[in-house]
Design a protein around this ligand. Structure first.
Ligand code: TRP
Ligand code: MN
Length: 452
């Protein structure tokens, strides 16, 4: 078993911690942390072990990881629809990939806890007024007022409550019949049904329904095959708010290990992955699968040292490297990292985030992303792996099941002018339901070719 040295759930506090809010009232922060520490973990150790096993299969090239959801969740989205619509699109994408590439798909949401955002500046100035930056609903409010922007520790408890509600809904959707393969036709949202991707999906759904009918006519007993009726669905978020993460850290008496109880998988962004920083210190001690984002300036040496720190025993399924190079840099920057990691005998899961390296500002001021560049980075990721003899294991993307207009292009040919009609993201631009499905068909073609 991994030797944690002098690690404790609070050992991160002795390290430089970036991107954490400055709370005015220490006592209120401590009270919120103590309250969280008495509440049940959202996730249980057996589930984490199961996800590690699934990601181990990805690391060996036997499965594919699909990780997606909002850039940032919001406390205001409380209805049934927000989670359900995202979930159904992830199911649709998963079924496209599973069918086309005949490859098991690990379904992982950026959901039920994705509330904290790193910011490039501590403050924001509008018309001469300077206020603290919005750091996600777990910290403060996005409205530009002194009251909203004041970091409020009570939000830690709201984040926990909100995550509980979302997770409960996800568990019901995953296990309660909604995800049954016999229901494949019902996952398509109305606005997607009428699109070219909707038609393509309906054809695939027909084939699945036909195959199930054929197998059942041959005597195959679907009722006795639980795999057909449910999916394993896992949660993840950026492990930015360490007070929150520490308060939900639990000891598992059975295995003798510590685990993060806020989500199945946690990752760190480019801004908080300093080797000697607080965030890496926290992550190294928990047993969950952990991810690190790698941008175009990541050096091969840094990546190897991060793996030494986070995954000293090189366990398949423990570490996920998420590259986000930008479509114009992936061909140059990714191969040296793949080569160095392979030569070091390392087998992390390699995952591609084709979103964050491809964010631009449209002529009318909207933050957006081009569908073609997203696709371009995804293709570059697969080529780099083919070139280096490593396995392109997964995709990480920002999407919603709703009919938003935030990313340009795709079969809908969304233009700058079109962005204004339903731009709802409080943070980064997301793919909408039909763009996500379109992306899945494209990935399926690449994955099929790569596996052939
Ligand atoms: N349980 C299997 C899986 O997750 C098959 C399955 C059931 C499935 N419902 C699904 C696959 C929905 C994709 C989408 O792979
Ligand atoms: Mn984002």
């Amino acid at each position: 078993m991994q030797d944690l040295g002098n690690w404790t759930p609070s050992s991160w506090r002795a390290r430089p911690a970036l991107q954490l809010p400055a709370y005015a009232d220490d006592g209120a922060l401590r009270a919120a942390e103590q309250r969280l520490a008495t509440l049940p973990a959202l996730i249980f150790p057996g589930e984490i072990a199961q996800l590690r096993t699934r990601l181990g299969a990805v690391a060996r090239g036997e499965a594919f990881l699909l990780q997606g959801g909002d850039c940032a969740e919001s406390f205001d989205e409380v209805g049934q629809d927000a989670v359900e619509s995202t979930f159904r699109v992830i199911l649709q994408m998963a079924v496209v990939l599973t069918y086309a590439a005949a490859c098991p798909v690990v379904k992982l949401g950026r959901i039920a806890g994705q509330f904290a955002k790193p910011r490039s500046s501590d403050s924001e100035t509008v018309d001469g007024t300077t206020l603290p930056s919005y750091r996600g609903d777990i910290v403060n409010g996005s409205a530009f007022s002194a009251a909203a922007r004041l970091p409020d520790p009570a939000r830690l408890l709201t984040a926990y409550a909100h995550s509980t509600t979302t997770l409960n809904q996800l568990r019901a959707l995953a296990q309660g019949g909604f995800a049954d393969l016999h229901e494949v036709h019902r996952w398509t949202a109305d606005f997607v049904r009428t699109s070219p991707q909707g038609a393509r999906f309906a054809e695939l759904a027909d084939r699945i329904t036909e195959s199930l009918g054929f197998m059942e006519a041959c005597g195959f007993d679907a009722a006795r095959t639980p795999q057909l009726h449910a999916v394993e669905f896992y949660t993840s978020h950026e492990a930015l708010h360490l007070h929150y993460e520490q308060a939900l850290t639990r000891h598992d008496a059975r295995s003798g290990r510590w685990y993060g109880g806020s989500a199945h998988m946690l990752w760190l962004g480019e801004r908080t992955r300093q080797l000697e920083g607080a965030h890496i210190e926290y992550l190294r001690g928990i047993d969950n699968p952990v991810g690190v984002k790698l941008g175009p300036n990541a050096a091969a040496d840094d990546v190897l040292r991060l793996l030494d720190r986070l995954d000293p025993d090189n366990q398949p399924g423990r570490s996920v490297l998420i590259s986000r190079m930008g479509s114009d840099k992936v061909a140059e920057r990714l191969p040296p990292l793949l080569r160095a990691v392979r030569r070091a005998g390392r087998t992390p899961v390699w995952c591609c985030d084709p979103m964050h390296g491809n964010t631009v500002t449209a002529s009318n001021g909207y933050k957006t992303r081009d569908f073609e560049r997203i696709l371009g980075e995804m293709r570059g990721f697969f080529s780099a792996h083919a070139q280096e003899g490593t396995y392109a294991g997964g995709l990480h993307f920002e999407m919603t099941g709703q009919d938003v207009t935030e990313c340009r292009g795709g079969a809908q040919a969304l233009s700058d002018e079109g962005l204004a009609s339903r731009y709802r993201s409080a943070c980064d631009p997301r793919l909408n339901g039909s763009q996500s499905l379109e992306l899945a068909f494209q990935i399926a073609d690449v994955l099929k070719a790569a596996r052939a």
